[in-house]
Ligand binder design. Structure first.
Ligand code: NAD
Length: 467
């Protein structure tokens, strides 16, 4: 099938590459000329596991092309995906200017019947506005369809190739047929393609993100309560997660949700509800709890280090979660800003997001190429994401690093490195004797009584990757 994907961000690029991978003829369009130029040379503007080889392969084989001309992409295609950004407007609602601008361009370039698919996360009623924008400019017949995307950054390719489900909102059989054909390779193993009306599909995406954000805020508050009463949230999480009515996913407490989706989507849903005078107090509370949660690591560091002025703090993890370079709304940046404001010197490390973080932090922090280099001379360290390698990392029991605060309570193991202290391996130096008691690793949500106790031997399942 001939497909155009407009917007080559985290979603558009993944959608385009995966549709090309399954044999479609895909053209991706973006107004960002620098991005398109890089993509043509197989240089990806984002980090996403598995995406680069897919783009390279499909571009080489001629199934995937890039252009700055949205009109050209529309004219060449039977199906047009709109995958541009929908950032929050001043009042919290989704800003639809990019979506509607693309719809206008589609209308101007309707050289034959087409299916226009809204992939961007948009409030109920947007597909109708897209339809109206196009219809103002053409008499050529077309269909609109809502197909919200549920991929998670950090696992986007895998999520798109093997989705839990595909949700499609249509108002015609023709549109449903085209979408079913396009998605057939992705739902071969029986994962459902759920067809519904357009408003329900639009709402499903917001409801999903609001539910996930709610679970996160709920667990973050339970974790704080656990800490206050001397319970271990790790045990509590496992205890409740094994209940089939609850399930184990999205029960890991952390430094607060971030990224380009949850914060803005929760806000947009609150705005939609306010416009309809429908109370959604629960979402107000979710947002409030999340804002408070972003301060927890800072407060913890302050409590344990005291006056942070001129103290050196290491921060591991800059992106809003593991395996991505996306720092949009990252709680780590909130923590770093608070540390800098308090006069601390900050040494950071992230395997994927140093470049994107540098756009926000500039030269105000020191960037460490290696995770352990960030610890050099640090008074304390904070880990703000759940990278699998961070979970396995052992924090040295040698000075100068003293307390280490972590954003995730499920990190196991603290104390000695399993294979020796890599800092000493890389730069042999005289081993200094331990001064005083070994430094404690302080998990934000570990109960004070639980600190120092051996953590559970093995945990099932990976931590959640936030959408
Ligand atoms: P993004 O900001 O990474 O990318 C958007 C792209 O659209 C940019 O490259 C921008 O240059 C381009 N663009 C903007 N206006 C354009 C126009 N008029 N014509 C052509 N290109 C234009 O955004 P994203 O993270 O990919 O998100 C896109 C949409 O998908 C949003 O609505 C988002 O809520 C939704 N979504 C995102 C994720 C995610 O994990 N990032 C997951 C599910 C859904």
């Amino acid at each position: 099938m001939k497909v155009a994907v407009v917007g080559t961000g985290y979603v558009g690029l993944v959608v385009g590459a995966c549709l090309a991978e399954t044999g479609n003829d895909v053209i991706c369009a973006d107004v960002d000329a620098a991005k398109v130029g890089s993509l043509k040379q197989n240089k990806l503007p984002i980090y996403e596991p598995g995406l680069e080889p897919m783009v390279v392969r499909n571009q080489r084989d001629g199934r995937l092309t890039f252009t700055t001309s949205v009109g050209e992409a529309v004219e060449r295609s039977e199906v047009v995906f709109i995958a541009v950004g929908t950032p929050p407007d001043e009042d919290g609602s989704a800003d639809l200017q990019h979506v509607l601008a693309v719809a206008g361009t589609i209308g101007e370039h309707m050289n034959g019947p087409k299916l226009v698919v809204t992939k961007s996360t948009v409030p109920v009623g947007t597909a109708e506005r897209v339809r109206a924008e196009i219809a103002q400019r053409t008499r050529t017949p077309f269909h609109v369809c809502s197909n919200p995307e549920f991929l998670k950054e950090g696992a986007a390719v895998e999520d798109f190739m093997k989705p839990d489900r595909v949700v499609v909102g249509v108002d015609s059989d023709e549109a449903a047929k085209v979408i079913e054909e396009l998605y057939a390779p992705f739902v071969r193993t029986g994962n459902p393609l759920i067809v519904m009306d357009i408003p329900s599909a639009e709402m499903t995406k917001y409801a999903a993100n609001a539910m996930l954000a709610t679970r996160i805020s709920f667990m973050n508050q339970i974790a704080r309560l656990c800490e206050a009463v001397g319970a271990s949230v790790t045990h509590v999480r496992r205890g409740i997660g094994s209940d089939r009515r609850i399930g184990p996913a999205f029960l890991f407490p952390g430094p607060g949700y971030g990224g380009s989706c949850f914060p803005k989507d929760v806000k947009a849903l609150i705005r939609t509800a306010a416009d309809r005078s429908v109370p959604v107090d629960i979402l107000d509370a979710v947002e409030k709890a999340n804002e408070a949660q972003k301060q927890v690591l800072f407060e913890k560091l302050q409590r344990h280090v005291g006056d942070l002025h001129q103290r050196t703090i290491a921060v591991w993890g800059l992106a809003f979660k593991a395996e991505t370079d996306d720092v949009r709304e990252s709680p780590a940046l909130v923590l770093i800003e608070a540390l800098l404001c308090a006069g601390a010197k900050v040494q950071v490390h992230d395997p994927a997001a140093m470049k994107s973080a540098a756009r926000h932090l500039g030269s105000r922090v020191t960037y460490a190429e290696h995770a352990y280099d960030a610890l050099d001379g640090a008074d304390a360290a904070a880990g703000s994401d759940a990278r699998p390698r961070n979970r396995r990392r052992r924090v040295p029991r040698v000075p100068p690093v003293r307390p280490v605060a972590c954003g995730r309570s499920h990190r196991r193991g603290y104390g000695q490195f399993p294979h020796g202290d890599p800092r000493q391996r890389r730069a042999p130096r005289r081993q200094r004797p331990l001064q005083g008691p070994a430094p404690r690793r302080l998990d934000v949500h570990r109960s004070p009584r639980a600190v120092g106790r051996r953590p559970p031997l093995r945990e099932s399942g990976e931590p959640d990757r936030l959408s």
